[in-house]
Design a protein around this ligand. Sequence first.
Ligand code: ZN
Length: 330
Amino acid sequence: MGIVKNALYKVSKKGFLSTFKKQSIFPYYHLVRDNQVPHIENLYEFKNSKQFLNDINVLTANYKPISPNDLLENKKLENNFLISFDDGLEEIYSVIYPILKKNNLTAIFFINPNFVDNNEGLYKHYISIIISHLKKNNFEKSVVDQISQILSIEYTTIEEFKQKFINIKFSEREKVNEILELLTIEIKTFLKEHKPYVTKEQIQEMINDGFYFGGHTMTHPPLNQLTHEEQKKEIINSIDWLKENFKIDYSFFAFPFSDKSISKKLLNELFEYDNTIRIFGNSGLKKDIDKRIIQRFSLENPTKQVEKQIVTENLYKFFNKFIGKYNIKR
Ligand SMILES: [Zn+2]
C-alpha cells in the first residue's frame, strides 16, 4: 500500500462497506496457507485458511458470487464478486480449492505453464529461497559480498541487499542460477520435494469441477522489460497452452506484476486474437479503455481487515477521480 492508501485505510470504517454495495468487485490473491514457505516468505505476506474463510464470509455477505462464465456471457453486473488467484501455486489445489468448493464458489486461476509440474520455477521464488538460506547462516558477510559481486550491487544494510536482490532485472535472472550453484542449493530437488506449483492432473481435476483457468504468461516476466513481440508471445502462448492441454474454449489472461506499462497496440492484438477474451489487471477500482479489461485489487495482506480494505479501495477510487487518474490511459 502506498502513502495515500495507508492514510485512507486509517480513516476507513468497517461500517462504510454497506454504502459500497452497488458495484462488482474482483479481489485477487496468490496463495492461502497456514505456515511459511521459503519460496514466498521473503516476497510478500499472505492469509491463513481461517483468515481466507473470513474473507469469503464477508464477501458473500455483501456481494453475490458470479461465475467467470457470466463474464463471457456479458451478464449485467450489479453487486457481484469474483475472486482469482495468480501464479499457479500448489495451495490453489491443496488449500483454496477445497474451501471454495465447500462454499459453492468458483474462481479463476491464472497460471504460468513453464512452472506447471514443477520442472522449473519463478526466478523471484528462487531469490526468496536464497534469502531464506542466507538467513539460516545469519547473512554471513563474505557470502553476501560474493553474491553482491555477482549481481553488481552495493549495499549498506542487509535489508537494502535483500530489496536490491529481489528487484534485479529479468534479464539478470541467469545470475540467480549462478548463486544457487555457489550456495550448492539443489533447486531441482527442492522443486521435486516441495512441489510449489500445481500439476497438470490437479488443473484437470479442478476444471472438471467447474473451476476456470487463465494464462499469466509462460515465465512470469515483468512485461515492461520485454520487446513488444516478446510480450505478445509470452501472453498468447500461455493461453494457447491451456487450450491445447485442457480443451478449454475461452481466453482468460492476467498480467504478471503490473498492467501499467501495457500498450494499446498490445491490447488490440489480444482482442484480435480472441474478441471474447477477458483480460485482468491489478490497478484497483479503475476504468480501463475496454469493457473486456477487468481491474482487480489484492486482498492478500493478512494484517488488514477485509471490510476496511474494500472501503479503502473505494475511497482511493474517489481520490483517483479527484486527481484525474480514475480512467486508465494507454
Ligand atoms: Zn503473478
